[in-house]
Design a protein around this ligand. Structure first.
Ligand code: GLN
Length: 193
């Protein structure tokens, strides 16, 4: 049975996710009957099984969600959302930055650019719940999850701070799994749809 993955194409690293999901679907034996599409119009959202909100600039992405009238369809979306970096910020309940109007679809609070200047961008071999060996994770001006609600499972931490969470079908990540050439996190998401 195939799945349709839609990558929100408003701003950010869209093509990397398309490539990573195509590869992940092939590796999971799901490529036949599946497709990976770019989502530019609100009407495309309900027809997807999974949606990606990519990394980029959360202030811009949240503005473009409203400009393209996607807030309602995203709030009502029945599938899973794969949110990375800026996407994670956009999915949070509370973000202490008035320029981001987040969706509140993950019961977490998030601080933007929270690793500070010293650790602005870094890479780490990260143990992730559900994967049998560490994942080489790329962090770029990454957010940190500062509060985790009851229904949210923490899958990975850096210095004690959560950087990967799961809530129902949704996965939220501070890092960029699409840049590692390793599709295990994408496949983890597919297996939960
Ligand atoms: N710092 C960016 C923001 O706050 C996120 C960075 C990223 O997506 N790599 O939107």
């Amino acid at each position: 049975m195939g799945v349709r993955i839609g990558v929100l194409d408003l701003q950010g690293d869209v093509s990397e996710h398309i490539g990573a999901f195509r590869q992940a679907l092939a590796e999971a034996g799901l490529l036949e009957g599946s497709d990976v599409i770019t989502v530019r119009r609100a009407e495309q959202i309900p027809a997807c099984d999974g949606l990606v909100i990519p990394g980029g600039e959360s202030t811009t992405i949240s503005k473009l969600i409203d400009k393209n009238r996607m807030r309602g369809p995203l709030e009502e979306f029945q599938g899973g959302i794969f949110a990375t970096c800026a996407g994670l910020i956009v999915m949070a309940k509370d973000v202490p930055d008035p320029r981001v109007r987040s969706l509140g679809l993950l019961d977490i609070d998030v601080e933007r650019n929270a690793f500070g200047r010293q650790k602005d961008s870094f890479e780490a071999d990260l143990p992730i719940k559900g994967l049998d060996s560490p994942f080489h994770a790329v962090f770029i001006r990454a957010p940190v999850i500062s509060r985790v609600g009851e229904g949210v499972e923490v899958l990975a931490t850096v210095d004690g701070a959560p950087v990967a969470v799961r809530q129902g079908k949704h996965l939220g990540l501070s890092f960029h799994p699409e840049l590692s050439g390793d599709t295990r996190v994408h496949r983890l998401f597919l297996s939960g749809l």
